[in-house]
Design a protein around this ligand. Structure first.
Ligand SMILES: [Zn+2]
Length: 177
């Protein structure tokens, strides 16, 4: 399952994340400190990827260079199931959110919700819980991506002729900026 712009749908684009410490004081010391901080962040995100791959038996089909991802479930005739995702490599809150959203499609399951918009909504809630429990900030950029993603699905549902939107997702009908 894939979807188009502004949403994961199992495929959605976003904005990129950049962060760093402010340059004040001794540059050499700061550079060192910044390097250590970056390495700390990097190993935290690497640990996240390893943990998710193991916990949910997911393979990374491809690391995306853009802020979009997809989740795939392949079924074979002998009953084997292969779970794949594409996502940006987690390096900050936004890429981690997208990565976890795609993992969330597998964690939540493709068939738990009959309503696609609701599925996206609850997969996002799953991703945010995972972020929060790991101390990864669900910051304004993450929330903006989330709202744009949900708007895409809500609009798609309306376009497809959905009579009524579930109450959980009615708040997403407006462009979040
Ligand atoms: Zn999705």
């Amino acid at each position: 399952m894939t979807c188009g712009s502004h949403a994961c749908g199992h495929q959605r684009p976003v904005s990129t994340e950049a962060r760093g410490l402010r340059m004040t004081g001794d540059r050499a010391v700061l550079r060192q400190g910044r390097g250590a901080a970056r390495r700390g962040q990097r190993s935290r995100y690497e640990a996240l990827v390893t943990e998710m791959k193991t916990s949910y038996r997911i393979a990374i089909r491809k690391w995306r260079t853009g802020m979009q991802g997809a989740a795939y479930e392949l079924k074979y005739r002998d009953g084997r199931i292969k779970r794949l995702i594409t996502a940006p490599r987690p390096r900050g809150p936004v890429s981690a959110a997208i990565f976890l959203h795609e993992v969330g499609h597998h964690a939540v399951g493709f068939r738990r919700y009959s309503n696609r918009v609701l599925e996206e909504f609850y997969v996002w809630q799953w991703a945010f819980r995972e972020m929060t429990s790991r101390g990864i900030s669900v910051d304004p950029r993450v929330l903006r991506h989330y709202r744009r993603s949900m708007l895409y699905y809500v609009r798609a549902a309306k376009h497809a002729g959905a009579a009524a939107l579930p109450p959980e997702v009615q708040a997403f009908l407006e462009w979040p900026g």
